[in-house]
Design a binder for this molecule. Structure first.
Ligand code: ADP
Length: 268
C-alpha cells in the first residue's frame, strides 16, 4: 500500500508547553514502549497542549478526536460512502492514525459510549491490529502508532466511565492545575499580560478551586485564566474581563457568582 501523506497532521512549530513535573520523560518512555496512555485531570489544565507538545517533540503526526456521545464505531474506524462511482471506503481517524503511525488522541473519551470505545481494544494490546469488518480487512498498526486518551475524573458518573477492560490497557498520568508560580508563568506567556496581573488571576482561580464541592463542581481552569488575560491585554478593565471569562462561564448560581465577583474585586 502506498505511504499515507502525514504532512497535514504534523505539528510544524514547537507548541508552548511548560512542564510541571517529570511528565515529558515519563511520556517519552511510555511512547518508546508504545504503551497506550491515559491522561487524567480537570478540564483546561494542559492535557491537550501536552499531547501536542509531545507529538512535536517525538516528531509524530497527531490525529485528535473530540469524543461525544453520538459518536459511533464507524466514526472512528471508517465507512463506505456512496458517490457517483459507487461506494468508496473512507478511513476514520483511528484507522488513518494506525496506518500512518500517528499518535491518536481521543479527547474526553468518557463522552463516547462504552460500546464505541471498545473498538480501540485490539489496537491497545499485543495485537496492535484493527479489523475493518465491513471492508474485510485487518489493519496492522504502523510501528509508531500510539493511542492516548484523556478524561476528567471529576465528571465521572456510573453512566460515564471506562470499562475495566478498557482501563487496563493504559498507563495513566495524572494532571492537575500547576502550582501558582508555574501557572502564573503560563498565564503571562499565553495571554501576554504582566506577571502582576497573572498573579492576581491565579489567586482568583485558587479561591474558586477552594469552592470545589461547596457549590462548584469545578474551579476556574488555566484555560479560562488565559482567556481573561487576553481580554485584559486588549484593554478590557480587569474586573470586567474576569466576570466575562472566569465567573460567568463557571456557574449560573447567583450566590456563587457574587462570591466569585467579590474575590475578583479583592484582587483587581
Ligand atoms: P485540557 O486538554 O486539559 O482540557 P488544554 O491543554 O486545552 O486543557 O489547556 C488549556 C490551555 O491552558 C492551553 O491552551 C494553554 O494555554 C494553557 N496551559 C495549561 N497548562 C499549560 C502548560 N503546562 N504549558 C503551557 N500552556 C498550558
Amino acid at each position: 500500500m502506498s505511504e499515507i501523506d502525514s504532512a497535514p497532521y504534523r505539528i510544524a512549530a514547537q507548541p508552548y508547553y511548560r512542564p510541571v513535573g517529570n511528565e515529558v520523560d515519563l511520556y517519552t518512555a511510555a511512547y518508546a514502549a508504545r504503551m497506550p496512555m491515559m491522561l487524567k485531570g480537570p478540564t483546561g489544565c494542559g492535557k491537550s497542549r501536552f499531547v501536542e507538545y509531545m507529538a512535536w517533540k517525538l516528531k509524530r503526526p497527531l490525529i485528535t478526536v473530540a469524543c461525544n456521545e453520538d459518536m459511533t464505531a464507524a466514526d472512528l474506524i471508517g465507512r463506505f460512502l456512496l458517490d457517483i462511482n459507487g461506494t468508496t471506503w473512507r478511513d476514520g481517524p483511528l484507522t488513518l492514525a494506525a496506518r500512518m503511525g500517528a499518535i491518536c488522541y481521543l479527547d474526553e473519551v468518557v463522552e463516547a459510549r462504552q460500546d464505541t470505545v471498545v473498538v480501540i481494544h485490539s489496537l491497545t494490546d499485543h495485537r496492535r491490529t484493527l479489523p475493518l469488518e465491513k471492508k474485510g480487512e485487518v489493519v496492522e498498526a504502523h510501528p509508531d502508532f500510539q493511542v492516548v486518551i484523556s478524561y476528567n475524573p471529576g465528571y465521572q458518573s456510573l453512566t460515564k466511565d471506562l470499562k475495566p477492560s478498557t482501563r487496563q490497557r493504559f498507563g495513566a498520568m495524572v494532571f492537575d492545575f500547576p502550582n501558582p508560580d508555574v501557572e502564573t508563568e503560563i498565564v503571562a506567556h499565553e495571554a501576554g499580560v504582566d506577571s502582576i496581573t497573572a498573579v492576581k488571576l491565579v489567586e482568583v482561580a485558587q479561591r474558586s478551586r477552594n469552592l470545589r464541592g461547596h457549590g462548584l463542581d469545578e474551579g476556574i481552569s488555566t484555560r479560562l485564566l488565559v482567556y481573561a488575560g487576553r481580554l485584559i491585554a486588549m484593554g478590557i478593565p480587569p474586573a470586567d474581563a474576569c466576570r466575562t471569562a472566569l465567573v460567568r462561564p463557571l456557574t449560573d448560581d447567583p450566590d456563587m457568582q457574587d462570591t466569585l465577583d467579590a474575590a475578583v474585586d479583592t484582587f483587581f
